[in-house]
Design a protein around this ligand. Structure first.
Ligand code: NAP
Length: 246
């Protein structure tokens, strides 16, 4: 059974990805940071549908905790009769709006830790458990293509994550490991405090398909990327945005 790890699987895009991967027959290790109840609810929903899932605690900003997390992953895999896993979705994240003129160093460092440093060292830490032929999906953002005032550090680190993705593909290719990034446009989640009606109407008007995205619009695409049907897609950044500002 294909087994994948999704960071930030307790809510939003990660929770959707977990459910839709499970519906394709994948076993899912999802992580939460501050919302164990939400993570448990995702696990319960997957199990109710006959799938296999477990939730583990992980703070992606806390690199010192990664070796212990790898041990937790090993134990979860062992319970399923596995010693390795087949896919990693670096999805966990948060947003904040502040123009460059007023961004604090603390805000900058916090965004860097979660959106670039965390995925880098988490992937490095989990590499020994990654099966040959596995697939990495890094969740980037359309804000790296379209400059959206107020999210400069976030968008810059997401852009860095896209570059890192190509390097992962280059350096892990000899093990048959693929790496791609997906760049969602505006999606209806709690990120950055969520969307108000006025902002949503503006974003919908800027999108060719005339609405903002739903978590399942992205979760379904990630689940497809993780499947064998996408085995020749590698080192790409794929925007999942319904045609946002084209
Ligand atoms: N929504 C959008 O419009 C949009 C657009 C482009 C890209 N993205 C990206 O998509 C990804 C998912 O975002 P979302 O919209 O689904 O957000 P969300 O609904 O707010 O969910 C965020 C998830 O990340 C987890 N998380 C947050 N900080 C974490 C940390 N320090 N360590 C570990 N986990 C952490 C949360 O866990 P807990 O709840 O347990 O704390 C939650 O599961 C992010 O990388 C985001 O940047 C979103």
């Amino acid at each position: 059974m294909q087994t994948i790890i999704i960071t930030g699987g307790s809510r939003g895009i990660g929770a959707s990805t977990a459910r839709l991967c499970a519906s394709k027959g994948m076993a899912v290790i999802l992580t939460y940071n501050s919302n164990p109840q939400s993570a448990d609810a995702v696990v319960a929903r997957i199990e109710a549908g006959g799938g296999r899932a477990v939730a583990l605690k992980l703070d992606v900003a806390d690199t010192a905790s990664f070796p212990a997390f790898r041990d937790d992953v090993s134990k979860a895999l062992a319970a399923w009769g596995r010693a390795d896993f087949d896919g990693l979705v670096n999805n966990a994240g948060f947003g904040l709006f502040n123009p460059i003129a007023t961004v604090t160093e603390q805000e900058f460092d916090g965004l860097f830790a979660v959106h670039l440093k965390g995925p880098f060292f988490l992937t490095q830490t989990l590499l020994p458990l990654m099966a040959d032929g596995a697939h990495i999906v890094n969740v980037a953002s359309a804000t790296s293509r379209v400059a959206t005032a107020g999210v400069a550090p976030y968008a810059s680190f997401k852009g860095g994550l896209e570059v890192l993705t190509r390097y992962m593909a280059k350096e892990f290719g000899d093990r048959g490991i693929r790496a791609n990034s997906v760049a969602p446009g505006p999606i209806r989640t709690d990120l950055g405090g969520g969307l108000n009606d006025e902002f949503e109407a503006l974003l919908a008007s800027q999108t060719a398909l005339g609405r903002v995205g739903e978590p399942d619009d992205v979760g379904g695409a990630i689940a497809s990327l993780l499947s064998d049907d996408s085995r020749w897609i590698n080192a790409q950044s794929i925007e999942i945005a319904g045609g946002y500002i084209i």
